[in-house]
Design a protein around this ligand. Structure first.
Ligand code: NDP
Length: 455
């Protein structure tokens, strides 16, 4: 076949899969967005590898291996019967057991979990560790619930989930609304229903086989990724003005590491508004408010005279000079207009701590203006990478030191950065880390799928 014909065929093939998803999964907007973000960027790779087009690898890949949906009944503190919807998407096991977090948030639906699980396949592939892709969660809202209500909900959720997971089958972890407390209750429930098996969940508290460094891993990993990108241009975090969104697990530890490396972080947010603190975020105060007292950011503004609070506003509408933006809250936070504002204000790097925080047209603006765009599937892979290290420690019945885990995390983030950089360059798209991440992540999964036959 002539090269030009192959090229046409690969492009047509990719477009036909995108069209099929739009028709079959109409209404699943986040999932369609994730597919549309990835597929066109692997066209050049498919042109080089017509075997994947011939065997319809994309068609097989976009279909989850399994979706489990279930009822989660639970009783509130007043004795009322409540019910939520629970899910687990076991998307792809070509590289290992399904692996990916659980999200508890009222917005959770099939579209959001399918987008997260789809992204997770390629993220996990990029880590170089033996893990497949999955995700799960519930439309349960942990905000304002008592500890007893959270515990009863987690026990009910695990009553069903325990039938589908296991250390060599599917290993969930945390995500939005699921931290150490929830993982503890989920683990206790699993143990009672099945048996003690440390490797069934990651992100466990240290008292029962959690990994040192897991809490910090996603935020630290994000900053390590950007650190290596800066170092490649003989630059560093020293003296950089950094905007962060979110004030949860990822945001807090991204702020901590960026500050440690000499940056000035001036923003953080929650779903009610954002803080601008030109003196630099007081991390101790932020941790006290968010991690210990579980309060809102208005409390930060009350206690810190240098801070301004913007109720109901997005960080990304802040019209101030910025060098590095680290969105660490949720999907679709940065739209085209906000990307343009960041560019106008001098942003050089946008590193995604959250999953898909930039819309497709926001990414287009950033790439067009020569901003380094670090996609979540590469830049926030540190969390799942340390989860995989937690699985290794659980299998060995050993606990590594925090320094050891942190060094491994830094090495993994360097390897992911270099893979994205070099893959993009090989395909003539220097600086396009999204293309590098997508091709490298996809290439490995596609090869494993082909080698395992039609399953
Ligand atoms: P947390 O629940 O710890 O924190 C989430 C933060 O984002 C909170 O400040 C929350 O505010 C804010 N937020 C959530 N939803 C919205 C919304 N719709 N609008 C505005 N703000 C919102 O979650 P994580 O820090 O764990 O996760 C943050 C992001 O990072 C997610 O996209 C997640 O998928 C991604 N991620 C997480 C990993 C991990 O290891 N935890 C690994 C890789 C990616 P509020 O408290 O008001 O809800």
């Amino acid at each position: 076949m002539k090269e030009s014909e192959t090229m046409t065929e690969a492009k047509q093939y990719v477009a036909s899969i995108q069209q099929m998803i739009r028709e079959k999964d109409a209404g699943q907007t986040e999932f369609i967005q994730a597919v549309d973000e990835l597929l066109p960027t692997v066209t050049a790779f498919l042109e080089e590898h017509p075997e994947y087009v011939e065997q319809n690898i994309l068609g097989v890949l976009v279909e989850p291996e399994r979706i489990i949906q279930f009822r989660v009944p639970w009783q509130d503190d007043k004795g009322n019967w409540q019910v939520n919807r629970g899910y687990r998407i076991q998307y792809n096991s070509a590289l290992g057991p399904y692996k990916g977090g659980l999200r508890f948030h009222p917005s959770v639906n099939l579209s959001i979990l399918k987008f997260l699980a789809f992204e997770q396949i390629f993220k996990n592939s990029l880590t170089g560790l033996p893990i497949g892709g999955g995700k799960g969660g519930s439309d349960f809202d942990p905000k304002g619930k008592s500890d007893a209500e959270i515990m009863r909900f987690c026990q009910s959720f695990m009553t069903e989930l325990s039938k589908h997971i296991g250390p060599n089958i599917d290993v969930p972890a945390g995500d939005i609304g699921v931290g150490g407390r929830e993982i503890g209750y989920l683990f206790g429930a699993y143990k009672r229903l099945k048996q003690y098996d440390a490797g069934v969940l990651t992100g466990k508290p240290l008292d029962f086989w959690g990994s040192k460094g897991r809490t910090e891993a996603t935020g630290y990993g994000l900053v390590y990724f950007v650190k290596h990108l800066l170092a490649n241009d003989q630059d560093s975090f020293e003296g950089k003005e950094v905007f962060v969104s979110g004030s949860g697990n990822v945001a807090i530890y991204a702020i901590e590491k960026a500050q440690e490396l000499g940056a000035k972080v001036t923003t953080c947010s929650d779903s009610s508004g954002f803080i601008y603190d030109p003196a630099g975020i007081d991390l101790e105060l932020l941790k006290e408010i968010k991690e210990v007292k579980r309060e809102r950011l208005t409390e930060y503004a009350n206690q810190r005279s240098s801070a301004e609070y913007f109720a109901g506003e997005s960080v990304w509408n802040l019209d101030k000079p910025v060098d590095i933006a680290l969105p660490c809250a949720t999907q679709n936070e940065i739209h085209k207009e906000q990307a343009s504002l960041l560019v106008k204000n001098g942003v050089k790097i946008v590193g995604e701590g959250a999953n898909m925080p930039c819309t497709i047209d926001a990414v287009e603006v950033l790439l067009e203006k020569g901003v380094y765009y670090c996609p979540g599937k590469a830049a926030n892979a540190g969390g799942v990478a340390v989860s995989a290290l937690e699985m290794s420690q659980n299998s060995q019945r050993l606990s590594w030191t925090k320094e050891d885990v942190d060094q491994k995390l830094d090495d993994i983030m360097l390897a992911i950065y270099e893979t994205c950089r070099d893959t993009a360059k090989n395909y003539g798209e220097e600086k396009n880390l999204m293309m590098g991440a997508n091709v490298a992540g996809f290439g490995k999964v596609a090869k494993a799928m082909l080698a395992q036959g039609l399953v």
